[in-house]
Design a protein around this ligand. Sequence first.
Ligand code: ADP
Ligand code: MG
Ligand code: ZN
Length: 585
Amino acid sequence: SSSLKPSKADHVMNKQEMQRYDRRDFPWSEKVEQQLKDSFNLSKFRPLQLRAINLTLLGKDLFLVMPTGRGKSLCYQLPAVCSTGFTLVVTPLVSLMEDQIMYLKSIDVSAAMLNASINKESVKTVMAGMTDVKSPFKLLYVTPEKIAKSKLFMSRLEKAYNANLLSRIAVDEVHCCSQWGHDFRPDYKLLGILKRQFPKVPLLGITATATSSVLKDCEKILCVSQPITLTSSFNRTNLYYEVKNSDNEASISDIASLINSKYKDQSGIVYVFSQKDAESVSTELQKRDILAYPYHANMDPQDKSRVHHKWTSNKIRVVVATVAFGMGIDKPDVRFVIHHTISKSIENYYQESGRAGRDDHPADCIVYFGFSDIFRISTMVVMENTGQQKLLQMVDYCQNFDRCRRSLMAVHFDEMWNEEGCNQMCDTCRHAQDCITVDITQHARQVVQILELAASNNEKMTPLKLTDAWMGKGPAKHRKMIQTTTLSRLKAEAVIVQLLLRGYLREDFSFTPYTTYIYIKLGRKAPLLKSQAHSLTMKMRTTESEPAEVSKVHIDAPQESYSNPGKKHYNNGKLAGSFLPAHIL
Ligand code: ADP
Ligand code: MG
Ligand code: ZN
């Protein structure tokens, strides 16, 4: 399941040659194996861990790219306990540092840290320990500021180096070096001094950001020449991906009954859009006898850690959370991550859903896709540069019924995961036969007509108003003027979404000091529909609702109704509203 993506620097080594580093007959292999079991209580390596460990123990400079939660830390923690001296670990956040120290303490691996919150006495002890041949700690965690700004610390490090006690340097979240990355930290820019001062010490850069330009930049900044880059696949083979249609209350009942049946006694996360949703959804779940608690950014820190802790120790089963529930969550046996509302991007969805199944056992990632949620999120991301584009990619993920969910996700990690690699672990691959191609040309024209009519009346159409009008549920004055649809609401919405995704429609924002309003307008491709030759199809699922109705879609709205608006028009035998006045056409 893991693939190797050699960077330019290690083009000399092909896949076969790389496999040499998976061997278990290096001088340290026995010790590594024994420490894995005895100290870390793990039974076997995950893909690429052993290779990374062997390479760094061989003294090679290494960049390790692996998705979050896959076990990158082990790749320097285990070598640290198998080497003399200590490993210097640069970490961007004090909280991450504290988590690691706590974890290492719990497994009896000695570790120390230096950051701004450490008292003078402890600093002294740690500084002394750095040059102590008995190495009182195997790992020393520091913030990048220490290296960039503390001369005292650097001179101590120099002494340790000269005494051969600095065994290895690990730079965690190494993408922080690069301004092109998403978490640039100015102090990381100064870390090049490490390799310049301590050229003999192997450096291990670690990240979950795979972009090769970012890595190249980090290489330069850290002054490592031609590091070997190990990239593990981002494909999480044990996760089952599924998309369901959201229907407000119905989806909460659906979520509750899943939790009460399929996931009985198991723990999971339900991600919601807002703080308000976190509270209301968890209340609804509680009403249905589920031990669920909300979690969001506005809770005070004690409450947050209380919920987190109770969930980790299985005293509560479900956390109903906003995206604030993220960093530092490392519960191995999360069996489901359900998105009550779509994420704002595929990258976000991958991260959030990826909190499921870290123990490598099967787990489910379900997202509920709701039409109105698109626009709720849209207003939230409107100020972000590529926010809209990313959101639409997420929408496309949800509305794409003929491509493996995995392959849709893979694009965003510059990877190819072919559909065979899915093993029917997504709803598309499992139910491929339940999807048909539907001609939506006439539907598209109807929607365009409504928008043209609205525009001619200087009327702005919100997504809801547009759908209502099309379904004949709008104000009476609309109903007289337009051709309504016989599609179910779900399908009508799916068509509108499809038109948005393909540029026949677009969103238009209007700002007041208090809110952002969204309207639907004609997109750049709308004029194409004026041509009779232009046709448009989309894939629709047949499973979630009446397949009979979908098969009728082809005969709905015969072509002449467009070119001949005066003629009476029947839809499924019913009179389908009157037509647009000629001047609109
Ligand atoms: P990352 O830094 O890649 O996000 P971590 O190093 O924090 O991930 O590890 C995530 C989790 O995976 C930890 O709970 C760790 O104990 C676990 N883990 C690491 N390696 C293995 C392994 N070989 N087998 C099982 N669990 C592992
Ligand atoms: Mg990590
Ligand atoms: Zn699939």
